[in-house]
Design a protein. Sequence first.
Lengths: 291, 126
Amino acid sequence: MKPIKVAHLVKQFNKNRVLDDISLNIQPDTIYGLLGRNGAGKSTLFNIITNRIPMSAGEVTIEGEPIANNDRVLNRIYLMSEGNLYPSRMRVGEIFKLTAGLYQGMDLELVSNLTQQFGLDVKTRFNKLSTGYRSILKLIIALSVDVDYVFLDEPTLGLDANHRELFYDALLDSYAKRPRTFVISTHLIEEIANLIEQVWVLQNGHITINESTEEMLQKGYAITGPTEDVVAYTAGLNVIGQDQLGNLRVNYVYGELVGDRAIPDTVSVSHIDLQKLFVNLTSQEVATVEN
Amino acid sequence: MQFNFDSTEPLYLQVAEQIEEAIFLNSFEEGAQVPSTTEISKQFHINPATVLKGMNILVTAGFLEKKRGLGMFVSTGAHRKIRDKRQTEFYQDYVINLVNEAQKLTLSEQAIIEMVKRGFEAHETD
């Protein structure tokens, strides 16, 4: 399978430009994390890439050919979305059968194993499932269909901690047995931080970060110490946020530190985790460099 | 095997360090097979590519060896090699930090030497 290329994608709802000039390369056999605040447009982006809704401008192609015209390619892409697409009175078992008919080569053994592991009752009607079990039903299907690109929009919505652990186990097991691309959008950043290879941050309609998780974490720093020393040391750096406790100051920096600027004895420099980094990068408050 | 991960340094280095530690403590004995990339990946929810990158550091260092079609095994002599490496790094990792902290606390060289002696004595009487 070749990469999916998203080029200059725009989505406009009336006068509201939700996605503005998005360009991405989605590589085969890679696990991506799409991070964004509520309303950032993550679901819209997924829906456009998987041809569920039209785009206003731009293109999504594979080997130079638009995905929208290509049933063969669309059959290799699966979107697990927040929407509830199944007839409300349909039973879980019937939904599995329906999906197996639509997607050739669905792994029915995996469906049966995961159904058992998650304790999902195949006789229950869709409208009687809790939010958590609706997610479980959808992610069992997403992991079992024979496709090359799987888009997971909030896969752990409503899942308790045990079921989330089970999902990450199942995801990595399935990925090891049959490598393919997963794009995961979630608010539980720390839970997926170690399993995603590449991070996209969607903010104000733009992809503001497109980096390997490793590189992104290497660029995030917390500079801690007395306010005046921290402010002096971080002058001119990309300060994305701050915390203040009395005269103790933490400035969060994204990007390179100044190599030849000596770190004062009073100041400590450490890395921060992905969630802290994301929160600071996407916080609405404008980070001030001065006190 | 217990793994603890934090955000202080790249994850693949932490994977390498934790496996090295497990070899050093004989949790993985010389000649024995270590868990596969997939097993470690699943257990700790780490991307398999990251795990592999960490393991490859240990292969390059001669602590692990690949056996085609079988998996990764602890090399003969790995334990000794790790000890040699850590002895070499001891000055940089421990002594430099010790001296830095001692200076901040205005502890003299003699005071530190006395403390080190006391530490060894206490350890002997354990």
